[in-house]
Ligand binder design. Structure first.
Ligand SMILES: [Zn+2]
Length: 232
């Protein structure tokens, strides 16, 4: 979303945000987006790449991450899958969302995990306002519906804006997210499934799990679309 960086995102009114959306729509009309994977003028992740991803088999990996009882991802963060995850992060594309959620459902169906509630990794309020949606929440909602269990985004909150993790080293990432999350006491005794888009070092999922455990969650599992962990 196009935001004037001189202003705090929270100072935009609903009307101003709608105007910005309309401006973006107009810009897309004049300068059509190109696919981030193949460069075709279409959407940010084109129909042809979506079809290819749909046919692409899952490479389910189970990288170990501290604080988690189990973690699985649908494949390595490279190529087509990485392009799809990036496009989904910056574009609220309903068909891409369903395609990616479907991958999570297939990966999850192979795990013998007993979970009571699905909780997305939360975005900070500023980032949520900027992007307009939390991609992990969109997928988490579908997972919960498929599992027939509760979708509980309110059980975990981000109490500190940690900024972008991408430029940080492994140790810096751990320090950056330390204490950034807080869980609701209502999580006591529950087995929780955390949903994230990409796991890079596991620092974020680990900090989320620590917050849930601090409020006596019984177990914490994680699922992600892709992973970039070298030891996976
Ligand atoms: Zn494409």
């Amino acid at each position: 979303m196009i935001l004037d960086t001189a202003r705090d995102a929270s100072s935009f009114s609903r009307l101003e945000l709608a105007a910005l959306k309309a401006a973006e729509w107009l810009a897309d009309l004049v300068f059509p987006p190109t696919c981030g994977h193949c460069g075709r003028v279409d959407a940010r992740f084109c129909a042809s790449c979506r079809d290819e991803l749909d046919r692409c088999p899952l490479e389910i990996a189970k990288p170990p991450v501290v604080q988690l009882n189990g973690l699985c991802s649908t494949g390595r963060h490279h190529g087509l899958l990485a392009s799809a995850v990036r496009a989904f992060k910056y574009e609220d594309a309903a068909d891409l969302r369903d395609l990616l959620a479907e991958r999570l459902i297939v990966a999850l169906s192979e795990q013998a995990w007993l979970v009571d509630a699905v909780v997305p990794v939360p975005l900070h309020a500023d980032r949520l306002l900027d992007r307009g949606y939390n991609q992990s929440a969109l997928m988490g909602e579908r997972l919960a519906r498929w599992l027939g269990i509760r979708f509980e985004p309110g059980l975990l909150g981000r109490i500190r804006n940690t900024g972008q993790q991408a430029q940080l080293s492994g140790d810096e990432r751990i320090m950056n997210v330390d204490g950034a999350f807080a869980a609701d006491p209502a999580v006591k005794g529950l087995s929780v499934l955390l949903v994230d888009d990409v796991v890079t070092t596991g620092a974020t999922l680990s900090a989320c799990a620590a917050a849930l455990r601090a409020q006596n969650a019984r177990a914490v599992y994680g699922i992600a679309l892709s992973h970039a962990l070298s030891h996976a």
